[in-house]
Write a protein of this length. Structure first.
Length: 469
């Protein structure tokens, strides 16, 4: 599989093409230091075997914020250095921090905008990125990723809604000015061999925002400035965020937030066209810079198809690897059937939205980390399943399975009108019922359920039941 072929990015050689993109965890204290929960989360990712693990966005500046890692001064380096060393020891992949600058925001709804910044402020931002990147070198990281996506400072400069008219806004070249200055300053700080990546939006997904036509040019200009890989996201903007009394705006509550983290109602690979379009444009310019695709890529088949088609060079999986950090190791060993598969309920997103510790909906209740087990004994059960219909939905019920360790959850499979079975959802144990509301009259539906344990061992399939709404 191309997915498990190595890829070199300047001085960094990745053992495979799987990337853990930066994900908010809210595990850090507000002091910004690495703690035991942070260590456990990232050591788990490293052990799982991803080729590149990007540590959650860490602030380059000292402004007050919630639980967010920091790299804004040397005092944060010992914890980051130890974490990096231990990740290298426990897993085969490379490790880079994502570094970020964000503007101020208040519970009243007020937020600072790029047009509020002075030229001195802008130069400070540039210098803070450079200093943070240089610290990442001293921490022993394999590279550094610059956060230029979503609702944050550099993304807001890139935005078509940037209202500055002083050389840092207006035309695309002027909107690119600070991001380019940051890249150049970072390159000067880290030297010629240290890899620099950028995460930015392939499309803003807001009214008046930029689209692929401009993101292709943004990618090219950033690469010209010294970037070694581009990681493509989408949306996540303040402009369409839903205001809530007494809470600061959360930039993933509107349509652009859905585009950033497509939920279960979105098709698989929903944002695939963005990295594909950017890579095509770069190659036409003779540029071989690797491109990372993200956005509901969840199976080895889809990942391999994207790579084989030339739509991307690397595959970013955030929620699937949150659900099961061992996804890379299991799939490389030929055991996708043992992967705990994300159901895209976006409970992880909702927990971040409510300023709670980010955890997976499928994890055992109260867990801060994904469970881990080397057990090989699958769950046992009587395989009985019943189906009933009411008010336009199909309701399934079954008896609980048992396991020598613990039953983790249940996969729900459905076939429509004689078609092939597809996995449509997953639910955590001890729940033993499911309501399928995405059904219509006039079609026949068939279902079966499988139990799985902490190691991902699947039970025998339940009996197949039929239902017509």
């Amino acid at each position: 599989m191309k997915l498990f072929q190595p890829l070199s990015i300047r001085s960094m050689t990745l053992p495979n093409r799987l990337v853990v993109p930066a994900m908010v965890t809210r595990l850090s204290g507000e002091d910004g230091f690495v703690n035991e929960d942070i260590r456990n989360r990232y050591l788990r990712f490293a052990k799982g075997g991803a080729g590149l693990v990007v540590l959650e966005a860490m602030a380059v500046h000292g402004s007050k914020s919630g639980p967010l890692l920091r790299i804004s001064s040397d005092e944060f380096m010992p914890g980051l250095r130890d974490l990096c060393t231990d990740m290298h020891t426990i897993g085969p992949g490379k490790v880079v921090p994502q570094i970020i600058h964000f503007l101020k925001i208040a519970r009243s709804g007020w937020r600072q905008k790029v047009e509020d910044l002075s030229i001195a402020d802008i130069r400070t931002i540039r210098d803070e990125y450079a200093a943070a990147a240089e610290r990442s070198v001293r921490c022993g990281f394999d590279g550094v990723e610059l956060h230029m996506a979503h609702a944050y400072t550099l993304s807001s400069f890139l935005s078509r809604l940037n209202k500055r008219r002083d050389g840092y806004g207006g035309t695309l070249e002027c909107r690119l000015r600070l991001p380019v200055e940051v890249v150049q300053a970072v390159r000067a700080a880290v030297g010629d061999q240290f890899p620099i990546g950028v995460r930015f939006d392939g499309e803003e997904c807001i009214k008046g925002g930029y689209t692929l036509a401009e993101s292709q040019l943004i990618a090219y200009r950033l690469v010209q400035s010294g970037v070694d890989y581009v990681s493509i996201s989408a949306g996540g903007k303040f402009e369409d965020a839903q205001p809530r009394a007494g809470e600061p705006l959360y930039p993933y509550t509107g349509y652009s937030g859905d585009r950033c983290m497509p939920g279960k109602t979105w098709p698989d690979g929903a944002n695939r066209y963005l990295p594909a379009g950017i890579k095509t444009f770069l190659r036409k310019q003779g540029v071989a810079t690797p491109v990372v695709a993200t956005g509901k890529i969840n199976t080895p088949e889809l990942a391999e198809e994207i790579l084989a088609a030339g739509d991307a060079d690397l595959i970013g999986m955030a929620r699937p690897l949150l659900a099961d950090p061992d996804w890379p190791r299991k799939v490389q060993g030929g055991h996708f059937d043992k992967v705990i598969r994300c159901c895209y309920a976006n409970v992880c997103k909702a927990r971040d939205e409510h300023f709670q510790t980010v955890a997976c909906f499928l994890w055992p209740k109260g867990s801060k980390q994904a469970p881990e087990s080397d057990d090989t004994v699958p769950p046992q059960w009587d395989r009985q399943l019943t189906a009933s219909t009411a008010q336009g939905r199909v309701s399934l019920k079954w008896s609980a399975a048992t396991d020598n360790e613990e039953v983790y959850g249940y996969d729900i499979w459905r076939a429509v009108e004689g078609g092939e079975f597809e996995r449509i959802d997953a639910i955590p144990a001890p729940v033993t019922a499911y309501h399928d509301t995405a059904t219509i009259s006039g079609l026949g539906y068939r279902y079966f359920v499988q139990a799985y344990d902490l190691a991902g061992n699947r039970s025998e399939r339940s009996i197949v039941v039929e239902a017509t709404v």
